[in-house]
Design a protein around this ligand. Structure first.
Ligand SMILES: [Zn+2]
Length: 272
């Protein structure tokens, strides 16, 4: 286990503390709720349980062995350690951010899936599913969250919050912000009427364009679907549990080149 220690750097610990401290201000998690982790080799570095973020120091970050959840160092790790471990097992994620953000939680009580009301949803791999309620910290919650994550970079937990994954902590955090922003947009759209949503092929087209941009190719940006133009004919109600569990979603790392939505949630991916 000694050698594995080196995999989690001081910079990793500082990043975890730094992003944790931003959560309340970014409206992602009030008080000591929410938690963050990164995976390094066979170790997971995760924020401690019940410690106010402003008092958290890099030395308080807990190291947990991914193979058997053994605590290697640090105080008491987050109560959601089983859920982080389950998501790492089910994905290639390098980092996970768990939030209690208000619009996501509100919608988790009435939706089975957050529909694609904006093309930024492509960065999350498609409409984000809602995992059924189970008590925090349980393996039941961990298992259902991991199952509903399939083919996505985020999953919503009913009556609880959400998790966002990424190759880096920065990307996972951006996706957590994007998810909350999308939930807010959907909320407003529902207030205004029956939102039209983007089809799977429209989102795939966005992912292709982002990928092309990233590799410096001429991207058909002028052809990208406008946010409201390509909805299915009915477009009305949220498509509840109908999404296929494993559609061809972009891989976990398929990210826009410059980082998707800024923390404020303003402008999402490519066109800027
Ligand atoms: Zn939670």
């Amino acid at each position: 286990m000694g050698a594995d220690h080196d995999d989690v750097s001081l910079a990793d610990r500082e990043d975890l503390v730094g992003y944790a401290c931003r959560m309340a201000a970014d409206d992602l998690a009030p008080g000591t709720s929410g938690n963050l982790s990164v995976r390094r080799g066979g170790l997971m570095a995760i924020t401690p349980s019940g410690m106010p973020y402003e008092r958290m120091r890099p030395a308080d970050i807990c190291l947990v062995r991914t193979s058997d959840a053994a605590l290697i160092s640090g105080p008491r790790p987050s109560t959601e350690t089983p859920m982080h471990l389950a998501l790492y097992q089910a994905s290639h994620a390098g980092a996970i951010v768990h939030t209690h953000s208000p619009f996501v939680i509100a919608l988790s009580t009435v939706l089975d899936e957050l529909p694609a009301v904006h093309y930024a949803m492509a960065d999350l791999g498609g409409p984000v599913r809602v995992a059924p309620y189970a008590r925090f910290g349980t393996t039941r919650l961990a298992a259902s969250a991991a199952a509903k994550l399939a083919g996505r970079n985020a999953v919503i937990l009913r009556n609880h919050g959400a998790l966002a994954c990424g190759p880096t902590l920065e990307r996972a955090y951006e996706r957590a912000c994007t998810l909350e922003w999308l939930a807010r947009v959907y909320w407003y759209a529902r207030l205004a009427g029956a939102p039209q949503t983007l089809s799977e092929s429209a989102l795939a087209e966005v992912s292709d364009a982002v990928r092309a941009l990233r590799y410096g190719e001429a991207a058909p940006l002028s052809e990208t679907a406008p946010p409201t133009g390509t909805a299915p004919p009915s477009g009305a109600a949220p498509p509840s549990e109908t999404a296929p569990p494993a559609r061809a979603a972009p891989p976990a790392g398929a990210a826009p080149p410059s980082g998707a939505a800024p923390p404020s949630g303003a402008a999402p991916p490519p066109e800027s």
